[in-house]
Ligand binder design. Structure first.
Ligand SMILES: [Zn+2]
Length: 360
Protein backbone atom coordinates (compact mmCIF):
# COMPACT_ATOMS: atom_id res chain seq x y z
CA UNK A 1 0.00 0.00 0.00
CA UNK A 2 1.21 3.48 -0.78
CA UNK A 3 1.72 6.01 1.96
CA UNK A 4 -1.09 8.54 2.37
CA UNK A 5 -0.97 11.43 -0.18
CA UNK A 6 1.60 9.63 -2.20
CA UNK A 7 1.03 9.12 -5.87
CA UNK A 8 3.11 6.43 -7.44
CA UNK A 9 5.01 7.58 -10.50
CA UNK A 10 4.10 5.14 -13.23
CA UNK A 11 7.11 3.40 -14.75
CA UNK A 12 7.42 3.87 -18.51
CA UNK A 13 5.25 1.40 -20.41
CA UNK A 14 8.33 -0.07 -22.17
CA UNK A 15 10.09 -0.75 -18.83
CA UNK A 16 6.93 -2.30 -17.37
CA UNK A 17 6.60 -4.60 -20.38
CA UNK A 18 10.23 -5.68 -20.02
CA UNK A 19 9.73 -6.40 -16.31
CA UNK A 20 6.65 -8.49 -16.97
CA UNK A 21 8.37 -10.62 -19.61
CA UNK A 22 9.97 -13.85 -18.35
CA UNK A 23 13.40 -14.64 -19.61
CA UNK A 24 15.69 -17.24 -18.01
CA UNK A 25 19.10 -17.45 -19.73
CA UNK A 26 18.80 -19.22 -23.06
CA UNK A 27 15.00 -18.88 -23.03
CA UNK A 28 14.73 -15.14 -23.62
CA UNK A 29 11.78 -15.22 -26.07
CA UNK A 30 9.43 -13.00 -24.10
CA UNK A 31 11.95 -10.20 -23.64
CA UNK A 32 13.14 -10.52 -27.22
CA UNK A 33 9.55 -9.90 -28.36
CA UNK A 34 9.29 -6.73 -26.24
CA UNK A 35 12.64 -5.43 -27.51
CA UNK A 36 11.65 -6.26 -31.12
CA UNK A 37 8.42 -4.31 -30.73
CA UNK A 38 10.06 -1.18 -29.32
CA UNK A 39 13.42 -1.04 -31.11
CA UNK A 40 12.92 -2.49 -34.57
CA UNK A 41 10.72 0.37 -35.80
CA UNK A 42 13.16 3.12 -34.75
CA UNK A 43 16.53 1.48 -35.52
CA UNK A 44 18.30 2.04 -38.85
CA UNK A 45 19.10 -1.65 -38.85
CA UNK A 46 18.05 -4.43 -36.50
CA UNK A 47 19.55 -7.89 -36.18
CA UNK A 48 19.02 -11.12 -34.32
CA UNK A 49 21.80 -13.68 -33.94
CA UNK A 50 22.23 -17.36 -33.13
CA UNK A 51 22.80 -16.73 -29.41
CA UNK A 52 19.58 -14.71 -29.12
CA UNK A 53 21.04 -11.21 -28.88
CA UNK A 54 19.10 -8.24 -30.25
CA UNK A 55 21.33 -5.69 -31.99
CA UNK A 56 19.88 -2.29 -32.96
CA UNK A 57 21.95 0.27 -34.87
CA UNK A 58 21.55 4.00 -35.34
CA UNK A 59 23.63 6.22 -37.64
CA UNK A 60 25.39 3.30 -39.30
CA UNK A 61 27.84 5.53 -41.21
CA UNK A 62 29.01 7.32 -38.04
CA UNK A 63 32.38 6.83 -36.38
CA UNK A 64 33.57 5.68 -33.87
CA UNK A 65 31.25 2.80 -32.99
CA UNK A 66 29.68 2.99 -29.54
CA UNK A 67 28.13 -0.21 -28.20
CA UNK A 68 25.67 -0.13 -25.30
CA UNK A 69 24.99 -3.51 -23.72
CA UNK A 70 22.25 -4.48 -21.26
CA UNK A 71 21.52 -8.13 -20.62
CA UNK A 72 17.97 -9.33 -20.98
CA UNK A 73 18.17 -12.72 -19.25
CA UNK A 74 17.31 -13.49 -15.65
CA UNK A 75 17.69 -16.32 -13.14
CA UNK A 76 15.45 -19.32 -13.48
CA UNK A 77 15.04 -23.04 -12.95
CA UNK A 78 15.23 -25.85 -15.49
CA UNK A 79 13.21 -29.04 -15.02
CA UNK A 80 15.39 -32.15 -15.21
CA UNK A 81 13.45 -35.01 -13.65
CA UNK A 82 9.82 -35.89 -12.94
CA UNK A 83 9.29 -38.55 -10.28
CA UNK A 84 6.63 -41.28 -10.15
CA UNK A 85 4.31 -39.09 -8.05
CA UNK A 86 4.53 -36.17 -10.51
CA UNK A 87 6.90 -33.90 -8.56
CA UNK A 88 9.39 -31.94 -10.67
CA UNK A 89 13.09 -31.75 -9.79
CA UNK A 90 15.13 -28.93 -11.23
CA UNK A 91 18.51 -27.27 -11.52
CA UNK A 92 19.15 -23.55 -11.06
CA UNK A 93 19.95 -21.18 -13.92
CA UNK A 94 22.23 -18.42 -12.60
CA UNK A 95 23.40 -17.65 -9.07
CA UNK A 96 20.50 -18.45 -6.74
CA UNK A 97 20.35 -18.12 -2.97
CA UNK A 98 19.25 -21.66 -2.07
CA UNK A 99 17.80 -20.54 1.26
CA UNK A 100 14.97 -18.63 -0.40
CA UNK A 101 13.77 -21.01 -3.11
CA UNK A 102 11.20 -23.02 -1.15
CA UNK A 103 7.67 -21.81 -0.52
CA UNK A 104 7.47 -19.74 -3.72
CA UNK A 105 4.94 -19.62 -6.51
CA UNK A 106 6.60 -20.34 -9.84
CA UNK A 107 5.50 -20.23 -13.45
CA UNK A 108 6.81 -22.92 -15.74
CA UNK A 109 7.11 -21.86 -19.37
CA UNK A 110 6.06 -24.75 -21.59
CA UNK A 111 5.34 -25.13 -25.31
CA UNK A 112 1.63 -25.20 -24.44
CA UNK A 113 1.80 -22.12 -22.22
CA UNK A 114 2.28 -21.36 -18.55
CA UNK A 115 1.97 -24.03 -15.84
CA UNK A 116 1.74 -22.78 -12.26
CA UNK A 117 3.47 -24.50 -9.40
CA UNK A 118 4.96 -24.05 -5.94
CA UNK A 119 8.43 -24.94 -4.70
CA UNK A 120 8.16 -27.60 -2.00
CA UNK A 121 10.37 -28.71 0.89
CA UNK A 122 9.73 -30.65 4.09
CA UNK A 123 7.89 -28.48 6.65
CA UNK A 124 9.91 -27.07 9.54
CA UNK A 125 7.89 -29.16 12.05
CA UNK A 126 9.10 -32.34 10.39
CA UNK A 127 12.82 -31.42 10.54
CA UNK A 128 15.34 -32.37 13.18
CA UNK A 129 17.00 -29.43 15.01
CA UNK A 130 20.15 -30.02 12.88
CA UNK A 131 18.17 -30.10 9.63
CA UNK A 132 16.61 -26.72 10.45
CA UNK A 133 20.03 -25.08 10.39
CA UNK A 134 20.99 -26.51 6.99
CA UNK A 135 20.77 -24.87 3.58
CA UNK A 136 18.79 -27.30 1.40
CA UNK A 137 20.58 -28.91 -1.50
CA UNK A 138 19.00 -28.37 -4.88
CA UNK A 139 17.89 -32.02 -5.17
CA UNK A 140 16.07 -31.70 -1.83
CA UNK A 141 13.68 -29.16 -3.35
CA UNK A 142 10.95 -29.81 -5.91
CA UNK A 143 8.16 -28.10 -7.79
CA UNK A 144 4.61 -29.26 -7.10
CA UNK A 145 2.16 -28.61 -9.93
CA UNK A 146 -0.67 -30.53 -8.26
CA UNK A 147 -0.29 -33.45 -10.67
CA UNK A 148 -1.63 -36.83 -9.50
CA UNK A 149 1.27 -38.81 -10.99
CA UNK A 150 4.20 -38.78 -13.42
CA UNK A 151 1.95 -39.39 -16.43
CA UNK A 152 -0.20 -36.37 -15.73
CA UNK A 153 2.83 -34.17 -14.97
CA UNK A 154 4.49 -35.21 -18.22
CA UNK A 155 1.42 -34.15 -20.18
CA UNK A 156 1.84 -30.64 -18.83
CA UNK A 157 5.61 -30.16 -18.42
CA UNK A 158 8.60 -31.47 -20.40
CA UNK A 159 12.19 -32.05 -19.34
CA UNK A 160 14.12 -28.88 -20.25
CA UNK A 161 11.19 -26.51 -19.65
CA UNK A 162 12.18 -23.53 -17.51
CA UNK A 163 10.52 -21.67 -14.65
CA UNK A 164 10.77 -18.31 -12.91
CA UNK A 165 9.43 -16.97 -9.63
CA UNK A 166 5.88 -15.77 -10.12
CA UNK A 167 6.52 -12.29 -8.68
CA UNK A 168 5.39 -9.23 -10.58
CA UNK A 169 6.09 -5.50 -10.37
CA UNK A 170 4.94 -3.70 -7.21
CA UNK A 171 5.46 -0.10 -6.23
CA UNK A 172 6.25 0.42 -2.52
CA UNK A 173 6.40 4.22 -2.52
CA UNK A 174 6.20 7.04 -5.01
CA UNK A 175 9.45 5.98 -6.66
CA UNK A 176 10.70 2.79 -5.01
CA UNK A 177 9.55 -0.38 -6.70
CA UNK A 178 10.04 -4.12 -6.27
CA UNK A 179 10.30 -6.59 -9.14
CA UNK A 180 11.55 -10.07 -9.86
CA UNK A 181 14.04 -9.12 -12.54
CA UNK A 182 15.21 -5.53 -12.21
CA UNK A 183 18.47 -7.46 -12.73
CA UNK A 184 18.76 -6.68 -15.53
CA UNK A 185 15.57 -5.60 -17.23
CA UNK A 186 16.41 -2.12 -15.89
CA UNK A 187 19.78 -2.04 -17.69
CA UNK A 188 18.26 -3.61 -20.80
CA UNK A 189 15.62 -0.84 -20.76
CA UNK A 190 18.32 1.84 -20.39
CA UNK A 191 20.34 0.79 -23.45
CA UNK A 192 17.19 0.39 -25.57
CA UNK A 193 15.60 3.63 -24.37
CA UNK A 194 18.82 5.56 -25.08
CA UNK A 195 18.60 4.45 -28.71
CA UNK A 196 14.94 5.49 -28.88
CA UNK A 197 15.69 8.95 -27.50
CA UNK A 198 18.71 9.41 -29.79
CA UNK A 199 16.51 8.43 -32.75
CA UNK A 200 13.95 11.08 -31.76
CA UNK A 201 16.51 13.78 -30.96
CA UNK A 202 17.28 16.50 -33.50
CA UNK A 203 20.95 16.61 -32.38
CA UNK A 204 23.31 15.22 -34.99
CA UNK A 205 25.33 12.19 -33.90
CA UNK A 206 28.96 11.70 -34.90
CA UNK A 207 29.07 8.16 -33.58
CA UNK A 208 27.43 4.99 -34.78
CA UNK A 209 25.42 3.73 -31.81
CA UNK A 210 24.64 0.04 -31.39
CA UNK A 211 22.38 -0.97 -28.52
CA UNK A 212 22.53 -4.66 -27.72
CA UNK A 213 20.07 -6.52 -25.52
CA UNK A 214 22.48 -9.32 -24.64
CA UNK A 215 21.51 -12.93 -23.95
CA UNK A 216 22.85 -15.35 -21.32
CA UNK A 217 24.80 -12.93 -19.10
CA UNK A 218 23.84 -14.74 -15.90
CA UNK A 219 25.58 -17.92 -17.02
CA UNK A 220 28.84 -16.37 -18.21
CA UNK A 221 28.27 -13.15 -20.25
CA UNK A 222 27.85 -15.36 -23.32
CA UNK A 223 25.80 -12.95 -25.46
CA UNK A 224 28.31 -10.18 -24.77
CA UNK A 225 31.19 -12.41 -25.89
CA UNK A 226 29.64 -12.96 -29.31
CA UNK A 227 28.09 -9.51 -29.83
CA UNK A 228 31.27 -7.80 -28.60
CA UNK A 229 32.93 -9.54 -31.53
CA UNK A 230 30.23 -8.98 -34.18
CA UNK A 231 29.53 -5.32 -33.35
CA UNK A 232 33.30 -4.62 -33.25
CA UNK A 233 32.95 -1.44 -31.16
CA UNK A 234 35.59 1.20 -30.40
CA UNK A 235 33.86 2.19 -27.16
CA UNK A 236 31.40 0.13 -25.10
CA UNK A 237 29.30 0.73 -22.03
CA UNK A 238 27.63 -2.12 -20.19
CA UNK A 239 24.60 -1.25 -18.08
CA UNK A 240 23.76 -3.65 -15.27
CA UNK A 241 22.62 -3.55 -11.66
CA UNK A 242 24.98 -2.92 -8.73
CA UNK A 243 24.57 -3.59 -5.00
CA UNK A 244 23.02 -0.77 -2.99
CA UNK A 245 24.56 -1.06 0.48
CA UNK A 246 22.08 1.20 2.28
CA UNK A 247 20.33 -1.57 4.18
CA UNK A 248 21.10 -3.53 7.36
CA UNK A 249 23.86 -6.15 7.36
CA UNK A 250 26.00 -4.64 4.63
CA UNK A 251 29.45 -3.59 5.81
CA UNK A 252 30.49 -0.49 3.85
CA UNK A 253 34.13 -1.17 4.77
CA UNK A 254 33.83 -4.31 2.67
CA UNK A 255 31.39 -3.29 -0.06
CA UNK A 256 31.57 0.51 -0.35
CA UNK A 257 28.72 2.98 0.00
CA UNK A 258 25.88 3.02 -2.53
CA UNK A 259 22.29 4.05 -2.07
CA UNK A 260 18.98 3.77 -3.88
CA UNK A 261 18.20 7.12 -5.44
CA UNK A 262 21.89 8.12 -5.28
CA UNK A 263 22.15 7.99 -9.07
CA UNK A 264 23.86 5.65 -11.51
CA UNK A 265 27.09 4.05 -10.24
CA UNK A 266 30.16 4.67 -12.41
CA UNK A 267 32.76 1.96 -12.02
CA UNK A 268 36.54 2.52 -11.86
CA UNK A 269 39.22 -0.16 -11.99
CA UNK A 270 41.10 -2.36 -14.47
CA UNK A 271 37.91 -3.44 -16.28
CA UNK A 272 37.20 0.20 -17.08
CA UNK A 273 38.81 2.52 -19.61
CA UNK A 274 39.88 5.68 -17.71
CA UNK A 275 39.01 8.06 -20.55
CA UNK A 276 35.50 6.68 -20.92
CA UNK A 277 35.02 6.81 -17.13
CA UNK A 278 36.09 10.46 -17.05
CA UNK A 279 33.79 11.35 -19.93
CA UNK A 280 30.85 9.68 -18.19
CA UNK A 281 31.61 11.62 -15.01
CA UNK A 282 31.87 14.88 -16.97
CA UNK A 283 28.48 14.16 -18.58
CA UNK A 284 26.88 13.48 -15.17
CA UNK A 285 28.31 16.75 -13.83
CA UNK A 286 27.14 18.73 -16.86
CA UNK A 287 23.63 17.27 -16.53
CA UNK A 288 23.69 17.92 -12.76
CA UNK A 289 22.38 14.42 -12.07
CA UNK A 290 23.45 12.49 -8.97
CA UNK A 291 26.01 9.72 -9.47
CA UNK A 292 28.12 7.39 -7.34
CA UNK A 293 31.57 5.90 -7.91
CA UNK A 294 32.47 2.27 -7.35
CA UNK A 295 35.98 0.82 -7.20
CA UNK A 296 36.33 -2.70 -8.58
CA UNK A 297 39.75 -4.31 -8.35
CA UNK A 298 38.99 -7.18 -10.74
CA UNK A 299 37.05 -7.79 -13.95
CA UNK A 300 33.45 -6.96 -13.04
CA UNK A 301 30.79 -9.68 -13.00
CA UNK A 302 29.07 -8.05 -15.97
CA UNK A 303 29.09 -7.92 -19.76
CA UNK A 304 31.88 -5.30 -19.45
CA UNK A 305 34.40 -8.03 -18.62
CA UNK A 306 33.89 -9.77 -21.98
CA UNK A 307 33.41 -6.76 -24.23
CA UNK A 308 36.62 -5.15 -22.95
CA UNK A 309 38.57 -8.20 -24.16
CA UNK A 310 36.84 -8.58 -27.55
CA UNK A 311 39.15 -8.69 -30.59
CA UNK A 312 42.02 -6.23 -29.98
CA UNK A 313 40.36 -4.74 -26.89
CA UNK A 314 37.57 -2.20 -26.44
CA UNK A 315 37.48 1.02 -24.38
CA UNK A 316 34.82 -0.22 -21.98
CA UNK A 317 32.94 1.26 -19.03
CA UNK A 318 30.22 0.07 -16.68
CA UNK A 319 27.22 2.01 -15.45
CA UNK A 320 25.37 0.21 -12.65
CA UNK A 321 21.92 0.88 -11.28
CA UNK A 322 21.75 0.60 -7.48
CA UNK A 323 19.66 -2.38 -6.40
CA UNK A 324 18.77 -3.96 -3.05
CA UNK A 325 18.33 -7.74 -2.66
CA UNK A 326 19.96 -8.83 -5.93
CA UNK A 327 19.02 -12.29 -7.23
CA UNK A 328 15.93 -12.55 -5.05
CA UNK A 329 12.30 -12.40 -6.25
CA UNK A 330 11.98 -8.97 -4.58
CA UNK A 331 14.70 -6.71 -5.94
CA UNK A 332 14.22 -3.02 -5.07
CA UNK A 333 15.06 -0.01 -7.20
CA UNK A 334 14.52 3.74 -7.29
CA UNK A 335 12.91 4.74 -10.58
CA UNK A 336 14.91 8.00 -10.76
CA UNK A 337 18.18 6.04 -10.98
CA UNK A 338 16.93 4.36 -14.15
CA UNK A 339 15.88 7.63 -15.77
CA UNK A 340 19.15 9.32 -14.78
CA UNK A 341 21.13 6.53 -16.43
CA UNK A 342 19.16 7.02 -19.65
CA UNK A 343 19.89 10.77 -19.61
CA UNK A 344 23.56 10.14 -18.87
CA UNK A 345 24.04 7.77 -21.80
CA UNK A 346 22.10 9.95 -24.24
CA UNK A 347 24.43 12.81 -23.33
CA UNK A 348 27.49 10.55 -23.56
CA UNK A 349 26.52 9.28 -27.04
CA UNK A 350 25.92 12.81 -28.26
CA UNK A 351 29.31 13.96 -26.96
CA UNK A 352 31.40 11.24 -28.64
CA UNK A 353 33.47 12.75 -31.47
CA UNK A 354 35.12 11.24 -34.52
CA UNK A 355 38.52 9.87 -33.50
CA UNK A 356 37.52 9.07 -29.90
CA UNK A 357 38.70 5.54 -29.26
CA UNK A 358 39.77 5.48 -25.62
CA UNK A 359 43.44 4.81 -26.46
CA UNK A 360 45.69 5.95 -23.59
ZN1 LIG B 1 22.47 -10.90 -12.08
Amino acid sequence: MLLANMTAIKPPEFLKALLEARSPSGYEHEVQAVVDKHLKPIADSYEKDAIGNRIATLNAKGSPTLMLAGHMDELGFIIRYIDEKGFLYFDTIGGHDLTIISGRRVSILTAKGEVLGVTGKRAVHLMSPEDRKKVPKIHELWIDIGAKDKKEAEKRVSIGDVAVYDHGYTQLTEKIAAARAFDNRSGCYVVCEVLRRLAKSKKKLATKVVSVATAQEEIGTRGAITSGYSVNPDIAIAVDVGHATDHPDCDKKKFGEFKLGGGPILCRGPNINPIVFKKLEDCAKALKIPYQIEAEARPTGTDARSIQMARAGVATALVSLPLRYMHTPSELMHLDDIEHAVQLLVRFAQSVKKGDNGAW
